[in-house]
Design a protein around this ligand. Structure first.
Ligand code: NIG
Ligand code: FE
Length: 398
């Protein structure tokens, strides 16, 4: 079965570098955005089989005429914490009236998550993934980290794997209350039995390396355990202050260093030299009233940048990639083209995926149709529900 999607007023998609060339340079999604007007593409078996001017589109079994709307690749949300119960609106209210964000609130969600049954947790994840789809997201990474017992982390990683595209084990989110004052013992649990039980279901291992969470030495122990099992790693790094997170991420060849809010020149240089993606999460700075990361400094130095939501009940409870794109453009001096690339190809790069985040021939036919003439409207019209339809593998999902 083939379908031709035609009447695309503007097709904005990144051109990934060829994968045959394995040099570092080639793996970086810094190719310029490619924008085609009056375009069409053909979907076959859930993948893009042809792209070109609408006037030259081949015939197909089905015709989808978009009437001049813009199309972008489905957003790749490469950082989210969706397996949780409860909410923390009161904590948000306190922050907005002067209290600082501390990661301590994570323990509130841990208690609510432990108390919830599997069905409730799964339903919560599904509703958030559906909410994301309505805003154009077609690939979702989902972390554990609100269970923090072997049993609760295993059910979280199973649900993440079954309901999302990429599942990340984050047993090292915070030291849970019952291990208070015994952080090293908790680290032994995480890198031992907990990792053992979760590894079969996990695509990545993540560590929250930060004052108040896990130290450099503790992070190394967990990263070493992941590496020795052949699991790739990613890190929560330099969110609340400068620290060793980014350097550790680069040293361990992490897929991404996430947050990157407080960076030294050395951190920026290390990211620029590496294949580790700098994943920026501006919804967190918005929702914690913190300074935004310096995207310009990273891009100008040559680092690969991704944008993601960090959707979680504490530091940032938004599921909206368009909102993050708008923040990146307005608050982080990213151009609209850079922000769209970071939200698509950048996220794909952060997840080690070459089949999503773009719409060149061979890609998965994951795309969002905008009720707008151009992708520029994603940041030009903030807060407006512009996504008219979201397609995954060529099928309408929202
Ligand atoms: O990415 N940094 C650590 N974890 C989350 C926050 C989780 C929470 O506050 O519940 C984050 O911001
Ligand atoms: Fe996070």
């Amino acid at each position: 079965d083939t379908a031709v999607v035609t009447g695309i007023g503007e097709l904005a998609t990144g051109r990934p570098q060829p994968v045959e060339n394995s040099s570092l340079e080639a793996r970086r999604p810094r190719g310029a955005l490619s924008v085609l007007r009056d375009a069409a593409f053909v979907v076959q078996d859930g993948h893009v089989a042809w792209v070109g001017p609408a006037a030259r589109a081949p015939a197909a079994d089905t015709l989808i005429d978009l009437g001049g709307r813009a199309v972008v690749p489905g957003f790749v949300d490469s950082h989210a914490h969706l397996v949780f119960a409860g909410e923390r609106a009161a904590e948000f209210e306190a922050r907005m009236t002067g209290s600082p964000y501390t990661a301590g609130g994570i323990r509130t969600t841990v208690a609510a998550t432990r108390a919830a049954d599997d069905q409730r947790l799964r339903a919560n994840v599904r509703s958030l993934v559906a909410e994301m789809a309505r805003q154009g997201t077609t690939t979702v990474e989902c972390k554990t980290g609100y269970g923090l017992t072997v049993e609760d982390e295993v059910r979280a990683i199973r649900i993440a794997r079954e309901e999302c595209d990429v599942a990340t084990f984050l047993g090292a989110h915070v030291v849970p209350t019952e291990f208070s004052g015994r952080g090293d013992e908790y680290v032994d649990l995480v890198r031992g039995p907990m990792l053992e039980a979760c590894a079969p279901h996990a695509d990545y291992v993540d560590v929250f390396c930060e004052r108040g969470a896990f130290s450099e030495a503790q992070s190394r122990l967990i990263l070493d355990a992941a590496v020795s099992r052949g699991l790739p790693v990613r890190l929560h790094a330099n969110q609340l202050g400068r620290g060793p997170g980014v350097q550790l991420a680069v040293e361990y060849g992490a897929a991404s260093a996430d947050h990157c809010t407080y960076l030294t020149d050395d951190d920026v240089a290390a990211l620029a030299r590496s294949s580790t993606v700098a994943t920026l999460l501006p919804g967190v700075e918005f929702s914690t009233r913190s300074p935004y990361p310096d995207a310009r400094r990273l891009i100008d130095a040559g680092a690969v940048v991704a944008l993601a939501t960090d959707c979680n009940p504490g530091s940032c409870y938004t599921s909206s990639m368009p909102f993050c794109i708008a923040l990146a453009v307005r608050e982080m001096r990213m151009s609209p083209a850079e922000a769209l690339l970071a939200a698509t190809l950048g996220g794909a790069s952060a997840l080690g995926r070459t089949d999503v985040g773009h719409l060149t021939v061979g890609a998965r036919a994951d795309f969002a149709v905008l009720d707008a003439p151009s992708y520029l409207h994603l940041s030009y019209r903030p807060g407006v529900p512009l996504v008219a339809g979201t397609f995954k593998r060529g099928l309408l999902v929202a």
